[in-house]
Write a protein that binds this ligand. Structure first.
Ligand code: CMP
Length: 136
């Protein structure tokens, strides 16, 4: 049965800085995702704090928000059957050292902070995150 979903993906500053933007986009395309919307932007620290507010009680919150606002990022809406789970599988574990071979974070991630990509973790968060960057 088809279950077409949209999820939000971010190519983070470490990957944009290393010129990996097209290589990572090709990973999504070759795995059957359609990129229906995309833009390259730089966000402020307060925007990053707003985006990651679900993590505001975590010890890494401040560094995380400084990092996401430290350089250009590419935000994309990815569409595919079961896109949220499919994207999480393709990205691999949050910590690149624990990610499976062949996943984006294993291939390109440098550390748990500089892990190259973000992806929505649930349908509810996908809607919130898509709306955050792509308001109708
Ligand atoms: P991301 O999927 O963008 O969601 C939150 C980010 O916090 C995560 O990727 C990591 O890059 C970052 N982070 C830093 N430290 C941790 C940690 N200990 N556990 C989970 N995420 C962390």
């Amino acid at each position: 049965m088809s279950n077409l979903e949209k999820t939000l993906s971010i190519i983070k500053p470490d990957a944009v800085e290393r010129g990996l933007e097209n290589e990572i986009k090709n990973q999504f395309l070759s795995n059957g995702f359609e990129i229906t919307n995309e833009k390259k932007i730089k966000i402020s620290k307060s925007e990053a704090e707003d985006f990651y507010k679900v993590h505001q009680t975590k010890p890494f919150y401040n560094d995380l928000c400084s990092y996401l606002s430290s350089g250009p990022i590419v935000v994309m809406i990815l569409e595919k059957n079961n896109a949220i789970l499919a994207n999480r599988k393709l990205m691999g574990a949050t910590d690149p050292n624990k990610a499976e071979e062949g996943t984006i974070r294993k291939k390109y991630g440098l550390s748990i902070d500089k892990n190259s990509v973000h992806g929505s973790d649930s349908l509810e968060n996908a809607k919130i995150e898509i709306n955050f960057f792509f308001k109708d």
